[in-house]
Design a protein around this ligand. Structure first.
Ligand code: SF4
Ligand code: SF4
Length: 333
């Protein structure tokens, strides 16, 4: 365990920013977001759960994955992977839990996803424990917790009198803490102020038996606008599409970029096939798939649940569709 004063922590962040790409919670026009920072002075140390998860720094919303140059019959492919180190500071434990859920598909399957794995390997996760449960949050029902170090490299816990306790969790975490200015101070971690009531988590078999219960899905899903916000804010959603974009054309020469872009199963286009057939033509069928994926298909196929209880989709949904109400209904049926 290491201890740091606020000044020591900020000086350490200055140093990290000079050595690597530093991502941290920042105030962006009144919104708390994980964003690149150039120094500790830009970093929020007291902040709510950021409005978006940090998955975009390992699985970007739009990512060039290949450059293709064609001259006559010759085709040259160039793989695009950034080579610098990245540190995400202030990651909430639920967001690290979300990355562990994505790892189950992108890293622990054969073959792994080369792009995601590359970003994961170049990234160190320095988490910040929550001192209270945020609006909509139910992480304690999903196997996590406000001070859960499990999926982090380092966990930072605020303590009394402006002291911070830094707990290395992995060898990467031990290494990054070597440059932290040591402080001759000690402190007890601030207690977590309140816990949300438990939400029932039913096993995949229960969800599967309810697939045909259209009244249940319509009750929650009929008012869905297919806006896809719930997917984009979610730390575990990882569906994507791949598109090719021509960036330059000259006589006998074409340059193209292959781009990976986020996709969302709540989008009407998601399952539409050639010829126009859509096996999920209604908003409630698409929303049913979102919930079935999180609690039935993903755990059956890859292990972890597809929800870590961050509560973001509850707060962000413009028509107040609440995943915990769906979970409670599933437990009741
Ligand atoms: S489904 Fe909702 S509550 Fe669960 S992890 Fe995703 S955004 Fe958070
Ligand atoms: S945020 Fe709400 S309205 Fe938008 S797609 Fe998700 S469930 Fe539907």
């Amino acid at each position: 365990m290491r201890y740091a004063t606020r000044e020591g922590l900020l000086a350490w962040l200055d140093r990290l920013a000079s050595e690597a790409d530093l991502i941290a919670p920042r105030d962006v026009d009144g919104h708390v977001l994980y964003r690149p920072v150039r120094s500790g002075a830009e970093v929020l140390l007291e902040y709510e759960r950021p409005e978006l998860s940090a998955k975009e720094f390992l699985f970007p919303p739009t990512e060039v994955i290949l450059r293709v140059e064609q001259r006559g019959k010759d085709v040259a492919l160039e793989e695009v992977l950034p080579d610098h180190r990245q540190v995400i500071f202030g990651l909430r434990p639920c967001d690290a839990h979300g990355l562990a859920a994505i790892d189950a598909l992108f890293i622990h399957q054969d073959p792994p996803d080369a792009y995601y794995r590359h970003h994961r390997e170049r990234t160190t996760l320095v988490g910040m424990a929550c001192t209270r449960m945020w609006d909509g949050c139910f992480c304690t029902s999903m196997g996590g917790g406000p001070a859960d170090p499990t999926h982090l490299d380092v966990l930072v816990r605020p303590a009394e009198d402006g002291i911070y306790i830094l707990q290395p969790v992995t060898p990467k975490g031990v290494a990054i803490l070597e440059s932290l200015p040591l402080a001759e101070v000690r402190g007890e971690p601030c207690p977590v102020e309140e816990y949300s009531p438990p939400v029932p988590v039913m096993p995949p078999e229960k969800w599967r038996t309810l697939f045909e219960e259209s009244r249940l899905w319509m009750r929650h899903g009929e008012r869905c606008l297919s806006c896809r916000i719930c997917t984009y804010v979610c730390p575990t959603c990882r569906c994507y599409d791949v598109v090719d974009r021509v960036v330059d054309v000259r006589p006998g020469w074409v340059r193209t970029e292959r781009i990976r872009v986020w996709d969302a199963c709540t989008s009407p286009n998601y399952r539409r096939v050639a010829g126009g057939h859509n096996p999920r033509p209604t908003n409630w069928e698409r929303l049913r798939n979102r919930f079935m994926c999180k609690f039935c298909y993903y755990p059956e196929d890859f292990g972890p649940l597809g929800c870590v209880g961050c509560g973001r989709c509850i707060v962000a949904c413009p028509v107040e569709i609440d995943i915990t109400e769906v979970m409670e209904d599933v437990a009741r049926v």
